[in-house]
Design a protein around this ligand. Sequence first.
Ligand code: LMR
Length: 400
Amino acid sequence: MWKNIEAAPADAILGLTEAFQAESRPGKVNLGVGVYKDETGITPIPGCVKAAELILLETEKTKSYLPIPGEPVYGVEVQKLIFGESSEVISGRRAVTAHAPGGTGALRVGADLLKKFNKDAKLWLSDPSWTNHRSVFSAAGYAVEEYPYYDADAKGVDFVAMKECLARVPSGDVVLLHACCHNPTGFDLSAEQWKELVEVAKKAGWIPFLDFAYQGLGEGLEQDRVGVVAFAESGLDMVVSSSFSKNFGLYRERVGACTVVTPSEAEAVVAMSHLKTVVRVLYSNPPAHGGLVVKTVLTSKALRSQWVEELDGMCRRIKEMRAQLVQGLEKRGVERDFSYILRQRGMFSFSGLSKEMVEWLRAEKAIYMVGSGRINLAGLTTSNIDYVCDAIAEGLKQEK
Ligand code: LMR
């Protein structure tokens, strides 16, 4: 059956990892996929995760199925993390959570859930957005539209254009917002802008779907949730997809969550019943291990504070590499002003390097980054930063 079928193109991000692994040049640098690496270039397992795994090894008594939405305490802990412990959303029991396989799984669960009740709903994405957003929502049957987000000249968010466009989005459509650490640009909304956006959503009647894949990697666990909290407090219907790939280093364990917020407890009960039907069809019930690790860490005072410290460490290292990249380019006399990179947040920098430059860096210097010019700052270390800055400086000189 495959003889007459054309091969699919490689994935824009994970395909890059495959190409990098096949790369034989010794000095190669991977600034592609959004995976944290430490100073030695390794993606470490946080100490709190190892400790939790040891506890699980000792205490886990069965491998029988979990409930369809996953371990209940996991859901409770996810909500505390994304809304804050004292949130009225929690005390008012207005939210329900299902453990989904990673942030991507959570997106698909939320997409299918909303589609079930509005067949004509379109999905609105920021321009640009994570490449897989479009694919996940298209696969769930959505027509995908874009709203303005990145202002390439001003290097920041074009909030006026964004608001203007979102004010005209039809009621019932779904608007995907990056809760923090916008992927790929690194430019986030301010607390004030989030509040304004809530008012836009209220008036227009679209459903906010917040992708919260990087909590704690921007400005901290609490500061990073301002957008989620603003929408949650508004009493609007909303969906939050979260992920523990990055902030817990649990990438391959596929740990995420789909949380549905409703205006009332009674509606939340109905939402959960449908959330369960969606999960049952997609993967029946979630894989247990990663969720149990997260639950074990978050419910232990000692492990939780160890986690917060380890997460802060990741965040600090990323910020340090961000600063070193800007300084390194400046030191090499690069004319272009790259200081806007310092205003970006999270794991990524939308470097502003052209597609041609990205290709040149890969071909000539074995430096891999996403075609849009997105750099994973965690791929930089004190051992490769000079090499990368030299290469970019050389490339820019030739480009002139
Ligand atoms: C990324 O954007 O690089 C990460 O979210 C990994 C992925 O799945 O694409």
